[in-house]
Design a binder for this molecule. Sequence first.
Ligand SMILES: *Cc1c(COP(=O)(O)O)cnc(C)c1O
Length: 390
Amino acid sequence: MQQAERIRKLPPYLFARIEQKVAEAKEKGVDIISLGIGDPDQPSPSHVIEALQRAAEDSTNHQYPSSVGMLEFRKSVADFYKRRFNVDLDPKSEVVTLVGSKEGIANISYCYIDPGDINLVPDPGYPVYGIGTLLAGGEPYLMPLKEENGFLPDLTAIPEEVARKAKLMFINYPNNPTGATAELDFYRDVVAFAKKYDLIVCSDAAYSEVTFDGYVAPSFMEAEGAKDVGIEFFSLSKPFNMTGWRIAAAVGRADVVEALGRIKSNIDSGAFQAVQLAAKAGLDGSYDVIRKTQEVYSERMDVCVEGLRELGWNLEKPKGTFYIWVKVPKGYTSAEFAETVLEKAGVIITPGNGYGQYGEGYFRISLCIDKERIREALKRMKDGLGKIEL
Ligand SMILES: *Cc1c(COP(=O)(O)O)cnc(C)c1O
């Protein structure tokens, strides 16, 4: 039986070769340090875990939840947005609970894409924007994120006829994989662009709370008129070290939030209520919990940036995320360099082309391990690779 075209059209899995090499190395007993995966290693906050325990004991939480989420949780999201961004949201009509933001990012295309329609997708970028577009039968139009533009998309480079045809535009700052950040001015330009071409903006704010050195990331929702043109995906995964819990929200334009809720009601029936109540405890609790996480990543960034500079890279510390986006040395493709680092140093880095064609020539370092291991990884790279030629 042949699989459906939407599955066959999915791009090939680019990390397969690296994974095979890792498996081989591990079999030989080699100690591998992974700077690959972007999954926080710190535990979830204890008051969140306690709230889960209490809520799990309550049998009223054991039935199907509302597919759009508990009003209590959605209120907490709205309150958080008010405190943190001074953005007003109606929890009933402008907030929907998600089973992790990946779920919402994938499902939003089903709400707006008919076969052959276009979504504007950043490249390099989180793969789900493009994959969700393809699964819904649409075509991603790639917006290259270039270093000379601070890894912001150049809206003026999008052809008029593409912009007119496009349904959704995905943006993501602080950005995975580049670590770049955006300011309100950029969001204002995006609002104007979306109004001009009648498209819906989907801002992925997964790292809005993962910032350091005094930098505070704005929300797309802060830009005037943002609520008329789009939504934002806010996730507890990264700021609260809760990737395994699968809890997030989409906020903003009411008819878009409603459409997402309607799709979800037909697919996943919502998030476990005990998880929503635990997440509520996180959002309602002290911001110090997030601040502590920020400090951990900031220290790791310092160690890594300093180590990379010693190796010959001239780079600045990112203001947000736990990623560093680095140019590969002369004479290597991204994949070749990742393989070389694995072979010579026993260190996993992610080749940039895994995030799209414009990621070629870069690699991504993720700082989800403790700083001693990061130091060790850099030492091994120094010993194994010598001085880097850029
Ligand atoms: C981690 C991540 C997400 C998703 O997280 P969920 O756990 O599904 O909420 C979304 N976007 C980007 C860019 C990410 O890196």
